[in-house]
Design a protein around this ligand. Structure first.
Ligand SMILES: [Zn+2]
Length: 240
């Protein structure tokens, strides 16, 4: 059923194709991952201008034919995020955020929460590029876990339900464990536990920070949860 599709989208990747075209990896609120082709976009007088570069948030009209790729017929800028491109740290964080969404949400299943989270993260990196750093990226990833239905249990031991003596994290169990159940877990300091709780509770703009040692443990908790439950491996969060 060929036809026009109107959607907002964030450009995750943009790959040169042929003489003047680009193949775009898009993330959309209602269709999840979408592949599209923008014809003639690399010509100097292209009607798309520079609007189909990575990290642009755009309002698109796509033509859906029988092929796998949709064709971009119209593109308006919702947000270009120009400031995040001026700093290495925020540019790198934006690339890692798009990469994380691409890997964790690689199907056409819609996940509006993941879309809005990515839009928020890019908006934050544009408004406050100095916020880019490991703590910001881990807070973003934790919220992605939640959007994917993989939010870790942090209130009680995943093995026995004890609410005290929480001193480890089990990726396989999907949350914290107590000292009696620690066998298959790694040690999680109170500071790391507090970071995980606060990062999930607070909006991205107020995400907490923590010492490197605690952030390293938090990153390991996220990594092992993803590897175990989603079979996804992300690039390390940058140490800014
Ligand atoms: Zn226990």
């Amino acid at each position: 059923m060929p036809g026009a599709v109107r959607t907002e989208a964030i450009v995750l990747r943009s790959i040169r194709y042929g003489e003047a075209d680009r193949v775009l990896h898009l993330y959309t609120p209602a269709r999840g991952r979408v592949g599209a082709i923008a014809k003639g976009v690399r010509r100097a007088r292209s009607r798309f201008g520079g609007r189909l570069e990575p990290f642009f948030r755009v309002a698109l009209i796509l033509y859906e034919g029988r092929g796998e790729l949709l064709t971009v017929t119209s593109a308006e800028t919702v947000s270009a995020h120009p400031r995040l491109r001026e700093h290495h740290g925020s540019l790198d964080a934006a690339a890692r955020a798009c990469d994380a969404v691409a890997r964790l949400f690689d199907s056409g299943d819609p996940n509006p929460a993941a879309y809005h989270l990515l839009a928020n993260q890019l908006g934050l990196l544009d408004a406050a590029p100095a916020r880019a750093g490991r703590a910001n990226q881990l807070a973003f990833r934790l919220k992605l876990l939640l959007a994917a239905g993989l939010g870790p249990q942090l209130e009680a031991c995943v093995s026995c339900g004890d609410r005290e003596h929480l001193s480890g994290f089990s990726g396989a169990g999907g949350g914290v464990v107590c000292s009696a159940c620690e066998a298959s877990a790694f040690g999680l300091d109170a500071e790391a536990h507090h970071f995980l709780v606060a990062a999930l509770a607070e909006p991205l703009i107020r995400a907490p920070t923590a010492p490197e040692r605690a952030l390293a443990q938090a990153e390991r908790a996220i990594r092992e949860t993803l590897e175990h439950h989603a079979h996804v491996r992300l690039r390390p969060a940058a140490v800014a």
